[in-house]
Design a protein around this ligand. Structure first.
Ligand SMILES: NC(=O)c1ccc[n+]([C@@H]2O[C@H](COP(=O)([O-])OP(=O)(O)OC[C@H]3O[C@@H](n4cnc5c(N)ncnc54)[C@H](OP(=O)(O)O)[C@@H]3O)[C@@H](O)[C@H]2O)c1
Length: 259
């Protein structure tokens, strides 16, 4: 399926690894110029090389902390405008909510709510003026199905979803969409560290925990980042212009509700 975004400029935050990387890869495959980002230079450069090699896309790596003003300045400075924005960042550490102090709470809200909103504020008027824009926010399945220990993640991301819900309706007339992708369990570094943490706590091996996790999902497997990237690219496509303000769970059926 041709996605109709050849030549578009896509900024994919926190994309040197994992889900962000997969989104950047698919947008590159669709013919976008892709600005990718992370804080570790060798990883980011390697990912840029991989995306170039696999897709032939122009890839611009930007070392930056996406949660800071300077980092956002750096990300938005490399191209004259942004057609597609994928917001993403690391998630807060797993922690009992009693141990999340004020400083940690504010950091979580900045990382997973304020930073994406700031980026949206900075790109949206240009999108409206050019009559094309696609914004996809990577949040988490925990927005719909909270997980104790990831309370800060759920709260900050739900805040982001609510904040941008009205914004989405205010720009839809200009072919600018804002949607949310909610990952369940995907094979990434973050998932691996969660499995390792649980294995250590229970005194069992990581493979046992992985198999149990997969067995608990109706699809009986953990998702691949490529599946996630493909859904992101579709939401960024020309054809997806009538989809806005939506939260799309990609979780192999793990969420048990119907709405
Ligand atoms: N994987 C899952 O199953 C899953 C499920 C639910 C939610 N999520 C959420 O989805 C998001 C992506 O997760 P993932 O699994 O892809 O994680 P990951 O494999 O650990 O990758 C995270 C990426 O973000 C970059 N990054 C982290 N903090 C950054 C910052 N401040 N500025 C710029 N780049 C930053 C990392 O690079 P550097 O460290 O080099 O900066 C890396 O490229 C996270 O918010 C996570 O909580 C993931």
């Amino acid at each position: 399926m041709k996605l109709g975004v050849k030549g578009r400029i896509a900024v994919v935050c926190a994309s040197s690894r994992g889900l962000g990387r997969a989104c950047a890869m698919e947008l590159g495959r669709a013919g976008c110029t892709v600005v990718i980002n992370g804080r570790d230079s060798p990883t980011l450069e390697q990912t840029a090389a991989d995306i170039r090699q696999e897709t032939g896309a122009t890839v611009i790596p930007v070392i930056a902390d996406v949660a800071t003003r300077e980092g956002q300045d750096a990300l938005l400075a490399v191209e004259p405008h942004v057609d597609i924005l994928v917001t993403n960042n690391g998630g807060p550490p797993f922690r009992d909510f009693r141990a999340v102090d004020r400083e940690a709470m504010l950091a979580g809200v900045v990382n997973n709510m304020v930073a994406p909103i700031e980026l949206v504020q900075r790109v949206i008027d240009g999108m409206v003026a050019r009559r094309f824009g696609r914004i996809v926010n990577i949040t988490s399945g925990s927005v719909k199905m909270p997980l104790a220990g990831l309370d800060l993640s759920s709260g900050a991301r739900l805040g982001l979803t609510g904040f941008l819900a009205g914004v989405a309706r205010s720009v839809a007339h200009a072919n600018v969409t804002i949607n949310f992708l909610l990952p369940g369990s995907f094979e990434t570094r973050r998932l691996q560290s969660g499995l390792e943490r649980e294995a250590e706590a229970r005194g069992v091996d990581v493979e046992t925990v992985r198999q149990e996790a997969a067995a608990s999902i109706p699809a009986r497997r953990i998702g691949t980042p490529a599946e996630f990237g493909a859904a992101c690219a579709f939401l960024c496509s020309a054809q997806a212009g009538y989809i806005t303000g939506q939260s799309l769970l990609i979780d192999g059926g793990a969420y048990p509700g119907v709405l």
